[in-house]
Design a protein around this ligand. Structure first.
Ligand code: NAG
Ligand code: NAG
Ligand code: NAG
Ligand code: NAG
Ligand code: NAG
Ligand code: NAG
Ligand code: NAG
Length: 792
């Protein structure tokens, strides 16, 4: 969010500045429909939501209506409707970024600080993702009940992590559309309170369930509202002359359909999200918030029935940065007509009346937007009387920072941390042989930077230094650099002397938000400043090889350490949140077996030659463009997507899977009608012509995982597929399915994965159509290959 620095945005910057009030008594939210304002039909809970929304609309004047088009809704005293702040944030815990949330006033001083999304994603555990979202929802409602938060939250971020330099890649569940889509579904359904179906291993159905609600009407009841953002092709902050506010993302049909779109489609179709946020950037020449085809596709094709908000001041940028319209009024008009229902900021407040007077906006354009907004408010129960007497009214301070939630935050780090290197089983360290420990690095003694972007006030944060000190009393600390930018080596001497006094040494290097964040992309993948020199200096000094811990969300080129025998082990902890220090120490000392896998490719520094503004996923050899992500990139990697070690050693086998599938038991003439051939040789079918046949093609794959080590642990099973050769733009491989399973030391664990060939073995062609190639498809599991032939 945050805003471009234009005159249009000064007001929003003020919005985010909190007044320094002392913690005071609980202030329950003011609510509409209290006497004498309770006899309006919109207050009548026995009427259908649509009727109530229309009734409310019918009581509004044009100025009333225009006043509703901002995140800061100042209320309608005449009708007894109090102010409502639409903008609250909850990316990985209740965050202070939006003006809807405050930690400074009221009885709730802190909320559970879960790890930044990229680390939670590394667990590849859907149940964990959903549980975290449900926990955040409980804390959100509790904070709402004491007047410290709204009910509409602008998370999750589900743009794929396309380029390793992206400052907000940390907020994303990674580079793979299947993983990001799965995360979106878990987050939104867990958050909105709607596990209405139990899928897979015994998911708990929340008491709060009401669900996003499917077709018809306005959808079901909502505990809180989640928002899929940023729609779409948004993943560049500030790189050279390109800024998110003026960037025009040129995206091919093929990339749009198989990479950029799937997370949003799933977020809406399966997650049933009640909000969509359009992004600052233009997509193929049209600013996203002004793109009717883009926004309406969500409603007409995916069944979206929530509200669409602009990113903050993304209506202003249509005119001021994208220069897409001739006037502010035209920007307001095109956004409303395209389907943007509310503008974060004041731009619509200021320019809509004049747009109406000039005939650019009709009242019915505003009415349509307001009905979408009101419907979500009704689904949230905002007009159903005293929220403290409602279904969620009992939630309050004692439901925030509970031991369950804090344990879940700890569990997320345990499951997400990725072990990248472990020479000769250097880790885990044995507690009884470590008599002294040195901890070096500017991030090791802080708690404030461990959350990453969109953090609130954590309940009970533990620094890395403090976490390690719990295991080894004689632990000493030296930062080595003044800060993470590490622009000088003057602090090295002290770090060296601390190192010399210790048995074992842990160096904490990497990134914080001074290096990568909103509005800030990186230009290098190397460790910042003198950090690399710090690592090698300490490694050369230490009696034993060192353990290198890396912080940050974005990939790092640490090939120097990868190849250095004096760096025995490398661990990536992302932004681990409040439990990070504790979980990391548990892993280092073997109380927990690491099991996370990288959800993004770690590229070498040479990748920074690739223009960040090039949105193409597919390589283009004639322009030395290497392509992006494990699906297309063929160059060298530092660590591949899905990489991650553990203290055990696993082997994988496919126990059973078909060798061939026959699509058609039909008379030959009929099947000939839909058989397509490319270059007179490559046969394929259009999936949209197969429809019901797709069901009969589904099959199961039985898989075994053997744990060859002395540790129990979580194993992440990822099955990929490779389509037969010869299809232009086909991925090198694509993820079919992933599952995290619990394994027991020296035992075999079995699982099944369901493959839907129309979905998992198909690809998108250059015209944007999904095709199922005939011939030999490969299922890939670790280094195992299994061929499934698809025959006519
Ligand atoms: C919302 O707008 C009102 C009226 O302009 C203003 O007084 C108030 O400070 C604003 N609230 C926030 C959170 O910016
Ligand atoms: C609410 O609506 C129902 C159905 O139209 C009606 O029977 C009832 O009288 C209304 N209640 C009030 C308080 O107006
Ligand atoms: C938009 O117009 C402004 C001047 O009004 C100009 O400075 C800016 O470069 C233009 N931006 C684009 C993307 O054309
Ligand atoms: C670690 O940080 C704490 C809190 O900021 C500070 O009080 C302490 O002095 C630091 N410890 C060392 C060894 O620098
Ligand atoms: C893992 O265990 C298997 C079976 O004991 C063994 O063949 C293989 O070499 C081991 N791999 C590693 C990396 O230790
Ligand atoms: C299909 O697979 C089955 C065994 O799975 C095999 O018996 C049969 O010969 C195969 N058919 C073709 C056409 O390859
Ligand atoms: C997935 O996460 C949940 C919630 O923390 C946990 O109970 C479960 O054991 C995890 N599954 C695996 C296989 O690690």
């Amino acid at each position: 969010m945050s805003t471009p620095t234009t005159t249009a945005t000064v007001i929003l910057i003020i919005l985010t500045t909190f007044t320094n009030l002392p913690i005071s008594q609980s202030k329950p939210p003011k609510f509409p429909c209290q006497p004498p304002h309770n006899s309006y039909p919109f207050c009548n809970t026995t009427l259908p939501l649509q009727t109530r929304a229309h009734s409310l609309l019918s009581l509004l004047t044009l100025p009333d209506k225009i006043n509703r088009l901002s995140n800061n809704d100042t209320g309608i005293p005449r009708l007894g409707i109090p102010p409502y702040q639409w903008w609250s944030e909850s990316l990985h815990g209740i965050a202070s970024n939006g003006p809807g949330v405050t930690f400074r006033t009221g009885p709730i001083p802190a909320a559970t600080g879960f790890p930044q999304v990229i680390l939670t994603a590394s667990s590849f555990n859907r149940t964990l993702w959903g549980s975290i979202a449900s926990a955040i929802a409980v804390e959100a409602r509790a904070m709402y009940n004491v007047g410290q938060a709204g009910l509409t939250f602008w998370a999750p971020t589900i743009n794929i992590f396309r380029d390793p330099r992206w400052g907000r890649g940390q907020e994303s569940p990674g580079e793979d559309p299947v993983v990001v889509a799965a995360y979106a579904v878990e987050y939104v359904s867990g958050f909105q309170g709607g596990y209405t179906e139990v899928v897979g291993g015994g998911r708990r159905v929340l008491a709060a369930a009401g669900g996003g609600g499917g077709g018809g009407g306005g959808g079901g009841e909502l505990m809180v509202s989640a928002c899929c953002k940023h729609f779409t092709a948004y993943d560049l902050e500030n790189w050279g002359v390109y800024a998110r506010y003026n960037f025009n993302a040129i995206v091919t049909k093929q990339d749009m359909l198989d990479t950029y779109e799937p997370p949003f489609r799933s977020c809406i179709q399966e997650g049933k999200a009640s909000c969509l946020m359009c992004s600052y950037n233009a997509v193929n020449g049209i600013p996203a918030c002004a793109d009717r085809n883009l926004l309406q596709k969500a409603r007409t094709q995916w069944g979206f029935n929530g509200y669409i908000t602009s990113d903050c001041d993304a209506v202003a940028t249509i005119y001021e940065y994208q220069n897409y319209t001739k006037s502010p009024e035209d920007a307001v008009a095109i956004a409303l007509k395209a389907g943007t229902d509310i503008n974060c900021g004041t731009y619509m407040l200021r320019h809509t009346m004049s747009a109406v007077e000039k005939g650019k906006v009709e009242e019915k354009d505003i009415d349509k937007a307001l009905l979408n907004l009101f419907t979500v408010q009704f689904r949230l129960g905002l007009f159903d009387g005293d929220p403290l007497k409602g279904k969620f009214g009992k939630l309050g301070p004692r439901d925030v920072c509970t031991s369950d939630h804090k344990n879940l935050a700890l569990e997320a780090v345990r499951q997400g941390v990725v072990l990248l290197k472990n020479d000769n089983k250097f880790l885990p360290l044995r507690k009884n042989i470590v008599s002294s420990l040195a901890v070096i690095g500017p991030m090791a003694n802080t708690t404030s930077d461990l959350g990453g972007g969109y953090t609130g006030v954590p309940c009970d944060p533990t620094s890395i230094y403090k976490g390690l000190k719990r295991y080894v009393k004689k632990t000493s600390y030296s930062p080595g650099c003044l800060d993470v930018a590490c622009t000088s080596n003057v602090e090295f001497a002290e770090a060296v002397s601390v190192t010399e006094g210790a048995d074992f040494v842990i160096v904490v290097a990497g990134l914080d938000l001074t290096q990568e964040t909103e509005d800030r992309d990186r230009f290098s993948l190397l460790l910042p400043g003198y950090q690399m020199a710090l690592v090698t200096t300490i490694a050369a000094t230490s009696k034993k090889p060192i353990v290198l811990v890396l912080t940050g969300g974005g990939p790092l080129d640490v090939s120097f350490a990868q190849g250095d025998p004096r760096v025995a082990s490398i661990i990536w902890v992302g932004y681990p949140g409040e439990a990070g220090g504790r979980a990391l120490a548990e892993i280092i000392f073997g109380d927990h077996n690491p099991s996370g896998k990288l959800p993004v490719t770690w590229y070498p520094e040479s990748f920074t030659r690739v223009p960040m503004n090039n949105m193409n996923m597919r390589p283009d050899r004639s322009h030395h463009y290497p392509g992006r992500t494990y699906r297309f990139y063929t160059g060298d990697v530092v660590y591949r997507f899905g990489y991650g070690l553990s203290y055990s050693n696993y082997t994988y086998h496919i126990l059973s899977a078909p060798n061939n599938l026959t699509v058609f038991e039909l008379p030959k003439t009929e099947s000939d009608n839909i058989l397509r051939t490319k270059d007179g040789f490559y046969n394929y079918l259009y999936v949209d012509e197969l429809e019901e046949r797709c069901d009969s093609l589904r099959f199961q794959v039985e898989i075994s995982v053997t744990n060859h080590g002395p540790f129990d642990g979580g194993a992440v099973v990822m099955m990929f597929a490779r389509v037969p050769g010869g299809f232009k733009g086909a991925p090198l491989k694509q993820l079919v399915e992933f599952e995290r399973v619990h394994t027991v030391s020296y035992r075999v664990t079995k699982l099944r994965m369901l493959v839907d060939p129309c979905k998992h073995l198909s690809i998108v062609d250059e015209s944007g159509r999904t095709i199922l190639p005939l011939g030999d498809h490969k299922l890939l599991l670790d280094d195992i290959e299994h061929i499934v032939s698809i025959l006519m």
